[in-house]
Structure formats: C-alpha cells, structure tokens
Design a protein around this ligand. Sequence first.
Ligand SMILES: *Cc1c(COP(=O)(O)O)cnc(C)c1O
Length: 303
Amino acid sequence: MKTPEIFRCFLFLRVLEEIYSPVQKISFAPLNNLFVKRDDLIDPYISGNKWRKLKYILAKAKDENKTHLVTFGGAYSNHLVATAAAASRSGLQSTAFVRGEEVKNEMLLLCSLFGMKLIFTDRESYRDKLQLFAKHFAHDEQAYFINEGGASVEATIGCAEIIDELTAPYDHIFCAAGTGTTAAGLLSGIRQHQLNTKLHIIPVLKGAYFIQEEIAQYTPVSEHLKLHLDYHFGGYAKTTPELISFIKTFTAKSGILLDPVYTAKMFYAIQDLAKQGIIGKDEKVLAIHTGGLMGLLGMMDKF
Ligand SMILES: *Cc1c(COP(=O)(O)O)cnc(C)c1O
C-alpha cells in the first residue's frame, strides 16, 4: 500500500474500520471479462466512494482535534448520509447545510437518526460555502469544514487506494463521476503504480466539460483518461425508460443493485461501448461500484 508518509500515523486512530470490497467477475454480454470492484459492500451508509473520500478527511479532522464535522449537500446526497454515519461512529458531531427549502425524505431521515443537525439553506446563500461556514461557525473551534461531496486532496488519496488494492492488471477501469474527485484519485493511483490501464469516466451531469479541469486540479491529466460525456440520460438524477429497464435486467441477472443516478449510467456506458467495439469483448474491464444504493429507497416513482 502506498499511503503517503504524513497520513500513515493517522491510521492508528482507526477512524474507519478495515473494509471488505472484493473484485467479482460477472457475466455481462458482449464482454467476456467484466469484473466489479464491490465498494458498495464496504458499508450500507458510508457507502462506496464516500467511504474512500471520508477516510483521510476524518483522520485529518481528528488529528486537528476537531470534534464537529460541518458539510454541504442536496436533499438526496449520499455524502450527507455517509458523513452523518461516519461522524456518529467516530464519536464526532455533524451538521449539514442542505440546499433548498425544508423537506423530509428517506435520506435526510437517515442523517437525522445518525445525529446530524440539518440547516436548510436557500440556493443563493448555499453557493458561498465558506461564507456560510464562517457565519455559523466562526467561533466554534471544534468545527471542521468539509466541502460538498467531500471534494479535497484527502479524498483523492483515499480513492487512489482502490488501485492499491487491485491484485491483477486491467485494460480498462470505469467509474461514474459527479464532481470528478473520485476520478482524480483513480487516475493518480494508476499513475503511482505506472499501470497501462485506461480510465473511463462517465459524468452523470449534462455537459460536464468541467470534469477534466476538476481532475487536473489534483493530478496531471494523461492519455490514460477517457471522458464519455454522452451517458447522462438527460442530466443529474434524470432517467429514461431505457435506463430503468437496463437496471431491472442487470440486477435480476447479476444480483447486484444499481442506482439510477450513478452506477446504472456507468454500466450502461460499458455495455454500449463494448457493443460499438470501442472496448474489445475479450479485454479485461473493471467497473468500480461506487455504492450509493440507499438513494433507491426514495425512487419508487422512477420504477
Ligand atoms: C457521490 C457519488 C459519485 C460521484 O463521486 P465524485 O467523486 O463526486 O465524482 C459516484 N457514485 C456514487 C454512487 C456516488 O454516491
């Protein structure tokens, strides 16, 4: 494992436990060698890439003796649930600024049960996160700022560990992207290990041209990176009947759940690129299952 020196000492704090994230081969025509890195199995609440992203953020917060995590997200944010669960398990307090007017839903219920305090914030004020933090927590020395989605250098270091854990080489690795922080971590892991693997990123937002710049903030962008901007299905959290039908077939055949916001769009893209022959059917492909399945609970109406 290539944990940078300055972070190594934090591991003794055991902020987050050891994890179980096996690589499993699944049958997925037309590919003969599709493997899935099951980060969705890490934890139901601190799920997938959110666990990866929070690992060193929490370590840093603890190292700075902060006891109160303050973060930001939309009303269906996987990051908020993950932060709330991680905070309570580590004996920390948590507060979230939630974008938009006050609502109730399954995800915010989980946040509240984990003891997170929710501050609903109008869209205008929500934009300036540092100002919000300063306004509410300037005098709270225990408060620790965590950006929306956990975007940070610490998050990329945690995500790069996905690559450390691989025991076999792959021709292609696929991952869904929102902010692109996870993608940056994976690219940096591929670079550290000098792998000859292509990293295919599927942004779930429409017109996500910003992703490349976002990734470049953390790690040099190389020819290893392939962005596929055409699998957003209408935009963030948008779906189509075709995507929903894809999820049903995939899950019934593989026993692996997908969420319509992120991982379904990634698996759909893999199949489509394989059908077009852009990915060879005998090449070794690894899909990162970034978790986020709790969100399904609020999506009855999409099915
Ligand atoms: C948050 C999330 C992502 C996006 O991660 P980024 O680092 O913001 O690109 C992908 N998949 C799932 C399931 C998520 O919850």
